[in-house]
Write a protein that binds this ligand. Structure first.
Ligand SMILES: Cc1ncc(COP(=O)(O)O)c(C=O)c1O
Length: 486
């Protein structure tokens, strides 16, 4: 292959390969200096930007290290384990792969569809209508750095650095009780809180503790596939309940289920908000049947018209409601921080289970977040973030109405995505592939349905990660691609 032909990605890959060879051959004790970007660009006949992009990848992956003013060096730590380094750069089949382990639950056998996203490359594309990710430019990096650093000051250090599987950071737990939950109408005591590494872990702990092969869990259809995976892995049976423009239809929950998993604030993936009358009916059903309600309140604060609706837990009396909160949508999913609210006796049990999987979420992150919430920087960020997302939501709302040939666009007052039904002639999986070739990331909707043969003509369009100025052009281009199917 010649370096001077091919698209930008191919050229970057070419330069990267070249640099990998230099890294792998520099097997000495000193740290080897890599060629300057100017020199390498001339040598390989590519632009300096291409070389810089290859360097960026290698630096991000830890194979090279920049030293200010003196250039880029091979990361000697990786070199000190050269054989491992070669495995990382040029994967060979590890020995363990030649042994067949007996695995109790093999997801490949459950054969359930999974969400697939171009996780590593999406930010390089012009139109990332990716769901569940954030625009890194909107993340309050300086504020977060300030609190990470404050969390290591002498009075906080002990909480940040010690290992305590029996308690979460008391400052974070009180901050959640005093400053986060009241806006959801929830009064909770610190003994009712477990800090989790996101909703996903909370769901896992609940399923692991409460469900087995004798359990039947209802969930919204369409609904959150990761929840379905978690319930199935606990060997429970999963059944669907209907969703319409007002969210979950309580009467559609099959009789005799042990639990219902629901996303009342913004139904996932339609974004419909569960009406108050339905919330009360759902709680009445829970009361009558002893059905556990798992309330996933992942992004309630991201509402652009009116106020967030009260959480189910805030309306509940004696009904068993387990509430899951997440910082993935308000800060960033990569931080992996969330919390679970439930009765103290269950929280104790879940904490024990968490202890033998990951002990506890990192103390440093807990303390930094606690300080950020306590000193109101979190509330300020949320206000700014919501205002910015509201603008993106408005542009996306107008653009999808103006440019998308759709059968139905589900209207939304909040959230970070749109759920769109296209003409039945459109295959959303193929559309997603074609769109990606033109720099557009969307998600096909089939994975959200529980049916074995789900509808093929639904898509999800996220607006939380894309630069607002690119939204309209991206939707217009997507509209053109969809029309090619009709
Ligand atoms: C329905 C739903 N619940 C919860 C979450 C957040 O999960 P986590 O806190 O594990 O990042 C997401 C993220 O995409 C989601 O879509």
């Amino acid at each position: 292959m010649s370096a001077t032909t091919g698209n930008k990605q191919t050229k970057v890959a070419f330069v990267r390969k070249f640099l990998e060879e230099i890294i792998l051959s520099s097997n000495g004790p000193q740290r080897a200096k890599l060629p300057s970007s100017r020199q390498l660009a001339m040598e390989l006949g590519v632009s300096r930007n291409t070389v810089l992009a290859a360097y960026q990848e290698l630096i991000a992956e830890g194979f090279a290290e920049p030293k200010s003013k003196s250039g880029v060096f091979v990361n000697s730590e990786i070199l000190s384990q050269l054989s491992k380094g070669r495995k990382i750069l040029q994967p060979t089949t590890p020995k363990s792969e030649r042994f067949e382990f007996k695995v109790a639950i093999d997801t490949s056998k459950t054969n359930l569809p999974e969400i697939h996203k171009p996780y590593y490359d999406w930010h390089k594309l012009k139109y990332p209508f990716i769901c569940g990710q954030v625009n890194a430019n909107l993340f309050p990096s300086n504020t977060w750095l300030r609190y990470l650093s404050m969390a290591l000051e002498p009075i906080h250090r002990n909480f940040s650095l010690s290992d305590d599987p029996e308690h979460d950071d008391p400052l974070l737990v009180t901050a959640i009780c005093r400053r986060i939950l009241p806006s959801r109408g929830i009064k909770a005591d610190p003994s009712m809180i477990l800090i989790t590494m996101g909703t996903q872990e909370g769901l896992f702990l609940i399923a692991d503790a409460l469900f087995d092969e004798s359990s039947t869990i209802a969930m919204e259809n369409p609904g959150y596939p990761d929840a379905r995976h978690i319930f199935i892995r606990s060997n429970a049976k999963v059944v669907g309940a209907t969703v319409d423009d007002f969210g979950l239809v309580p009467e559609s929950i099959p009789d005799g289920v042990d639990a219902i998993y629901t996303t009342p604030s913004h139904q996932f993936p339609t974004n419909a908000t569960l009406s108050i009358s339905r919330r009360r009916r759902l709680l009445d059903m829970a009361n009558e049947n002893g059905m556990v309600v798992i309330e996933d309140d992942y992004d309630s604060e991201l509402r652009y018209i009116g106020r967030p609706t009260p959480a189910l837990l805030s309306l509940a009396g004696a009904e068993p409601v387990l509430y899951l909160g997440s910082f993935s949508k308000f800060l960033a999913p990569g931080l992996r921080l969330g919390f679970l609210v439930g009765p103290p006796s269950l929280i104790r049990i879940l904490r024990q289970r968490q202890r033998y999987v990951l002990r506890h979420p990192p103390g440093h992150l807990q303390r930094a977040l606690a300080l950020m919430i306590e000193q109101e920087a979190y509330a300020r960020h949320l206000r700014r973030y919501r205002a910015s997302l509201k603008r993106s939501w408005q542009v996306t709302t107008d653009s999808v109405r103006d440019h998308l040939p759709a059968v139905k666009i589900y209207s939304t007052a909040g959230g970070t995505s749109f759920w769109v039904e296209l003409d039945p002639s459109v295959d959303a999986v193929e559309l997603t592939r074609n769109a990606l070739e033109e720099g557009i990331v969307i998600e096909p909707g089939n994975v959200y349905f529980l049916e074995e043969n789900p509808p093929k003509n639904f898509i999800r369009i996220g607006f939380g990660a894309i630069e607002p100025r690119n939204i309209e052009a991206g939707i217009q281009l997507l509209g053109d691609i969809i029309r090619r199917f009709e």
